[in-house]
Design a protein around this ligand. Sequence first.
Ligand code: URA
Length: 472
Amino acid sequence: MRTITIDDDFDAWRTAALDALAQQLTPESIDWRTTQAEPALFAAEAPALQQPSEAPQIRVSREFATLLKDAAHFRDERRWSFLYRVLWRWTQGDRSVASPADEDGARLYKMAKAVRRAQHDMIAYVRFRQRDAALGAPEYVAWYEPDHDVLVWGADHFAARMGRSTWLIATPHGAAMFDGEHLQIERRRALAAEHAVDTPDAAETLWMTYYRSIFNPARLNETALEQHMPVRFWKGLPEGALIPQLVSAARGGARRVAQAQGVGARGGKAVQVEAQEAQPERDAPTSLDTCRRCDLWRNATQAVHGAGPSDARIMLLGEQPGDQEDLKGEPFVGPAGQLLDDAMRRAGVPREQVYLTNAVKHFKWEPRGKRRLHKTPAQQEVDACAYWLEQELRDVGAQVIVTLGATALAALFGRRATLSAHLGRVVTYGDKSVVATYHPSYALRQNDEAARERTVAAIVEALERARTLIAR
Ligand code: URA
């Protein structure tokens, strides 16, 4: 067994992994350690790795390289050995390792996805506090506990957006400091104690007063509150300390008037299925048409595949097929599709050049008289369908994804990502840019002509943005 000790970062792992590949070291023959980890008490001294006479030439696709890089930020001490196994299999010609249908591939995708969510959370939940000017730099400090190793990524983001102000973000695994010009990353643990991050400022006091005043106990929905602002982030937010007090006051008093219970569960249309079909192969369906990862297939006519060129540079991501899409088996062919076509024409984005798909591939509906009324898919259904979306993202390789509506955005970043916070902003998802906008059905639902036009204009603007991003 060879012990390879590296700094706990991707570049160090990549260099060591290339060396190991050059020496044909199998994954089972390497014990990966990091300089931060404590070695086992009586660990034998490991022989130094020989320098390879020639660095190996390894060609990987851009998507696969991005996946590896993103997954490398997943906080798990076994990540380096896992990534080496994945890379080893690739170099042995086993391309299935890059597919979500493969066990290692699925784990790789899951890790990368969790990291992207952590990146998104960091941007959304870091709250800087302004320090007393007499204390000197840094002017702003924040304490944050990211789920994964995304400090450097988040620090780059803030360095690009906070001008020349000086700031520090401390985390349990290190800190990022910006002196107005240079970013410095300190990988020491438990830095928080060294930096006073608990210095409320005047703006914060105002914000707390405001938060207290807008908090409506009668409308408290604790589940929604925790979905939008997960409990683990509360301690980094100024209002975090207030929330438990406000919630418990609401529980005890003002929320006595409970909302009426739902009118009861409605049974879906009964469909006879073959015994074989009723034993769903949930985890690894071979085709979307036979997918049983959730129950939506039962009441849908068919699964609606994405449509468009496989080398499209823009992907439009909707929510789920509607009534007409379900019957026709094509995305965006009903009224929402017509409005979208119009918006695409206005934005100069030809439909034939984009790939159109949905977060959920089966139509979810409920009967209303003779009509089938659209029903918003549950996050569980969106998550189940992420399997197919990830495959499309990989196969199509579009540079820009335009998400239409809240469900599409949540399919990439989880329910915590709100449309209001993303409108007009470009965020990244792996190596792709994401532009979020309204769903065309939202425009269709608006009775006021001016409001409808404003919504359509926002969709057009998002499409134009996507066009400029691919032109770069
Ligand atoms: N709405 C969507 O989100 N997708 C479609 O394909 C049609 C309507």
